[in-house]
Write a protein that binds this ligand. Structure first.
Ligand code: APR
Length: 259
């Protein structure tokens, strides 16, 4: 397999006490899950984020917002983890102390075998009512509509309040435990891999900066330039599904004493 890492970097990852795999929508792009900001294909070029991904939007039109997230859930259910997700899970198994921290609300890291990924922006599969009660989607939930359209949200079985998607909307705070765990991991890691994120949404985009300030080696995987380029020690230009398996193979070679 073609080498992708500069000299010494595979060794650095293989001998790291702690590695953070920090991911964004780009890692799921090759599974057919649209990113947010890619021109034309990105969700935000087709839909108005402020009409669909804010608490105000949900208050104004719960059925429009719930329907949109049901549509996204249907798309993720049909998707399969790609070689990028699989390589991230394999790296976690190979290098103990590897933590996956994701901005993604899909479950492709889990389906690829990653252990306890930290979801900074929530999950499409963890709805709760507006009062905070977790909502157990009734069985038969599998027939999620895959055509886009308003769907009235269900009511909480505990308090009768409206059920909302378990994601972080613009203007909302990140789940405290998840963000605290992510900052802790980034400030104590030896290596942070930033994969498929545009690095423009805060506070998540702060994590690679926290890592580099703590002396970690920061490696970016992205086909395009991002604002993170300047703080990264290594910028690998290409897709996650192509570059992550190659990166993993090089680290594995080192751990197997092959180098
Ligand atoms: N492999 C790797 N990177 C890719 C690929 C790929 N196959 N395809 C696209 N990318 C890159 C793009 O170049 C871009 O830099 O992934 C990035 C995706 O950026 P965004 O669409 O902005 O997604 P993300 O960074 O995850 O967005 C952050 O913004 O909309 C909110 O809450 C949402 O979690 C999301 C947050």
């Amino acid at each position: 397999m073609q080498r992708v890492l500069p000299d010494g970097v595979a060794e650095r990852i293989a001998t790291a006490g702690r590695v953070v795999v920090f991911t964004g929508a780009g890692i799921s792009a090759e599974s057919g899950v649209p990113t947010f900001r890619d021109a034309l294909t990105g969700l935000w070029s087709r839909f108005d984020a402020y009409e669909l991904a804010t608490p105000e939007a949900f208050e104004a039109d719960p059925a429009l917002v719930w329907g949109w997230y049901e549509w996204r859930r249907a798309a993720v259910r049909k998707a399969e983890p790609n070689a990028g997700h699989v390589a991230a899970a394999a790296l976690q198994a190979l290098v103990p102390g590897t933590v996956v921290v994701t901005q993604n609300v899909d479950d492709l890291h889990e389906r690829a075998g990653s252990k306890d990924p930290v979801h900074l922006h929530g999950s499409l599969f963890a709805p709760r009512c507006v009062a905070g009660h977790p909502f157990d989607a009734p069985s038969g939930d599998d027939d999620v509509p895959d055509d886009l359209g308003p769907v009235p949200p269900p009511r909480c079985t505990a308090c009768g309040a409206l059920v909302r998607p378990g994601v972080v909307w613009f203007g909302e705070a990140l789940p405290r435990a998840a963000f605290t765990a992510a900052v802790e991991a980034a400030s104590s890691c030896d290596v942070l891999l930033s994969i498929g994120t545009s690095g423009v949404v805060y506070p998540a985009a702060e994590l690679p900066v926290v890592a580099t300030r703590s002396g970690a080696t920061v490696i970016q995987v992205n086909p395009d330039e991002t604002p993170l380029d300047d703080i990264c020690d290594v910028n690998l230009r290409g897709t996650a599904a192509r570059l992550l398996p190659a990166l993993y193979a090089e680290v594995k070679e080192v751990t197997a004493g092959g180098r």
